[in-house]
Design a protein. Structure first.
Length: 158
């Protein structure tokens, strides 16, 4: 998936850490993916490959830049990633190193060398059903906008 984030890169954004309990001033650095025993997606991601499920295609692709930390200006997207870890936390962060737009998804996300925690936004994040529905609706809008951009960008004029 690729698109250019519509929002400007954040001077301070939200991100999640694999290990909960970071505090202000702590550094979030790239780390190996968490692996849950018996989780085929986790095992594939740890091996640096994608899991393809018949009829569905690739499910939850592995990061293409394991040497980077990802930040987003969209708090709900960050909340989603925090909820994916075992009671992960949501942080407001200050990126360290240059920000590069991420082309791995359609959300406003960037990659950086590391991120310093400025504030803890929420501990032990879990999504409610309402938050999940809202996130899915927003996700579909971002995907539709990216598909439209590809169509329009692929047309030749003149």
């Amino acid at each position: 998936m690729s698109s250019t984030p519509a929002a400007p890169p954040p001077a301070r954004g939200s991100t999640t850490a694999a290990s909960p309990a970071c505090g202000p001033g702590d550094l979030i650095e790239p780390h190996p993916p968490a692996v849950v025993d018996g989780c085929a997606i986790c095992e594939a991601r740890a091996a640096g490959r994608d899991l393809e499920v018949p009829g569905l295609g690739v499910v939850d692709p592995a990061t293409r830049h394991p040497d980077r930390v990802y930040v987003t200006s969209d708090r709900e997207y960050a909340r989603y990633y925090a909820s994916r870890t075992s009671l992960g936390d949501l942080y407001q962060v200050e990126p360290i190193g240059g920000l590069q737009p991420s082309t791995e998804d359609h959300w406003p996300t960037w990659k950086c060398e590391a991120a310093r925690v400025v504030a803890v936004v929420s501990r032990a994040v879990r999504l409610t059903y309402r938050q999940r529905r809202m996130l899915l609706n927003k996700w579909e809008r971002y995907d539709e906008a990216a598909a439209l951009a590809r169509l329009v960008g692929g047309r030749q004029t003149g």
